[in-house]
Design a protein around this ligand. Sequence first.
Ligand code: HEM
Length: 132
Amino acid sequence: MKKDITTKKDIETLVNAFYEKVKTDETLAHFFAHVNWEKHLPLMYDFWENTLFYTGTYRGNPMKLHEKLHHIKSLSEKDFEAWINLFVTTLTQLFEGEKTELAKQRAISIATVMKLKILYPQNFVIQPTTSN
Ligand code: HEM
């Protein structure tokens, strides 16, 4: 039986394993070709620690960063699908349990919102009503 994600060390294991796969993934690797891993990995540990354990350790704005990334290297439906598949595969190979399920849900929902906002931004324009 696999263990659940309970410590920061578990998060580091998950994030490291995910990016090891990303580095050789035919769809995703090119996005990360120039990444400074020494900087990126600790940010991702903080992001996932905050997402799963509400520690307040991550204060960035991933949505904005990925919108910028999309202008430099276009993101597609296929890229988001590959990201979700790889993340969920890594997660379920290593862990199981309540926090693991939460990580799966969060990954899928954040990736889905990110995809919709980036690929279909027109759907997020809120039209003010003219009547009072
Ligand atoms: C097709 C999907 C995705 C691609 C190609 C992608 C790629 C990237 C790249 C290239 C960076 C910048 C690394 C650097 O230069 O430091 C980054 C940062 C990041 N990504 Fe993604 N990403 C994707 C989806 C996601 C999703 C779904 C999440 C969250 C669940 C996520 C969370 C983050 C975070 C937290 C950062 C660091 C932001 C910061 O600097 O504060 N990414 N991503």
